[in-house]
Design a binder for this molecule. Structure first.
Ligand SMILES: C=C1C[C@]23C[C@@]1(O)CC[C@H]2[C@@]12CC[C@H](O)[C@@](C)(C(=O)O1)[C@H]2[C@@H]3C(=O)O
Ligand SMILES: O=C(O)CCC(=O)C(=O)O
Ligand SMILES: [Fe+2]
Length: 319
């Protein structure tokens, strides 16, 4: 376990005040949204239209699941890659102070049957409702990106995550209190190690516990002030490729403060398996070449899963 020194009570001494806030219903938001994707690859979304009731219902069901005895939770695992996982992130030796549920988003009625506890039905219903809402939100954000980038058609990006065949998933992470840190004021432990998300877009929300950090262009790490009523968007590796590097896939990590538990839920919008990942021609200036060799999402995923979490996988595809 890696223990890091942090200011008193496991809370960051300050939060980064430069996170762009995009009001989804405000006219004129497309340009600042594009700027946020270029500069940070990260922004906060308000006025998103997802009812708090739906969000709270899923959060409560998730907390109920994570509060079950370990043997009960283990009946929904091990994550391979889907299902319940604890401490191990992926199959390549990465560990963190985290337990999670990773779920494929599919119309297959057999999906989510791995949830084995007695209240599984209400959990499944909350998950399904949430996924529909968050996928729609991801689609709206991607449409606004296309508008800001001045590319046609409007669904040039959103279609990739709205397609029936899209390879998208939902992850619910729980960073429990850390007994080893109780009483030790100045420490935090790595909850989820640094990485970029491989997909097109990640739409994240959490309870009001801090922990999420993003890396700025100069390599410094800054803390994100949690806000349980808003969503945060990460540009993923695939969107960096589709924009030929104009948008930045943001490196991020979670430091669990050990005193308060954090629960987060992240929708990862990925393209269909066979989708070819290459810069959109409308985004290539005259004579501009793709910075990446051609590959499919399926090929990229194989690379993702054969590497460690922190690995810079896009470098294998750079020209
Ligand atoms: C260590 C790993 C877990 C991960 C697959 C990988 O080999 C490297 C990328 C990891 C990541 C990070 C973002 C998402 O949480 C995730 C679901 C993804 O697509 O890539 C996880 C993978 C996972 O937990 O299966
Ligand atoms: O739990 C969080 O807040 C972020 C986790 C994350 O980055 C991930 O699951 O890919
Ligand atoms: Fe992530």
């Amino acid at each position: 376990m890696v223990v890091l020194t942090k200011p008193a009570l496991g809370k960051p001494s300050s939060y980064f005040c430069g996170i762009p806030v995009i009001n989804l219903r405000e006219p004129g938001s497309a340009a600042p949204l594009v700027r946020a994707c270029e500069e940070l690859g990260f922004f906060k979304v308000t006025n998103h239209g997802i009812p708090m009731e739906l969000i709270s219902k899923l959060e409560a069901a998730a907390m109920e699941f994570f509060a079950l005895p370990q043997t009960d939770k283990d009946r929904s695992g091990p994550a391979n890659p889907f299902g319940y996982g604890s401490r191990c992130l992926g199959g390549n030796g990465d560990v963190g102070w985290v337990e999670y549920l990773l779920m494929e988003i599919t119309s297959d009625p057999a999906a989510l049957t791995f949830l084995a506890q007695s209240s599984a039905n209400s959990f499944r219903c909350a998950l399904k409702e949430y996924v529909l809402a968050v996928r729609k939100l991801a689609g709206e954000v991607l449409e606004m990106m296309a508008e800001g980038l001045k590319i046609e058609p409007r669904d040039a990006l959103s279609r990739l995550v709205m397609d029936e065949e899209s390879d998208s998933m939902l992850r619910v992470n729980h960073y429990p209190q850390c007994p080893m840190l109780q009483g030790l004021n100045n420490q935090a432990v790595t909850g989820f190690g640094e990485h970029t998300d491989p997909q097109i877009i990640s739409v994240l929300r959490s309870n009001n516990t801090s922990g999420l950090e993003i890396s700025l262009r100069d390599g410094s790490w800054v803390s994100v002030l949690p806000d349980r009523e808003s969503f945060f968007v990460n540009v993923g590796d695939s969107l960096q490729v589709l924009t030929n590097g104009r948008f930045r896939s943001v490196r991020h990590r979670v430091l669990a403060n050990g005193l308060q538990s954090r629960v987060s839920m992240i929708y990862f919008g990925g393209p269909p398996h066979g989708e070819r990942l290459a810069p959109l021609s409308l985004l290539l200036g005259e004579g501009e070449e793709s910075r990446y060799r051609e590959f499919t999402w399926c090929e990229y995923k194989t690379c993702v899963y054969s590497n460690m979490l922190a690995h810079n996988r896009l470098e294998h595809f750079q020209k």
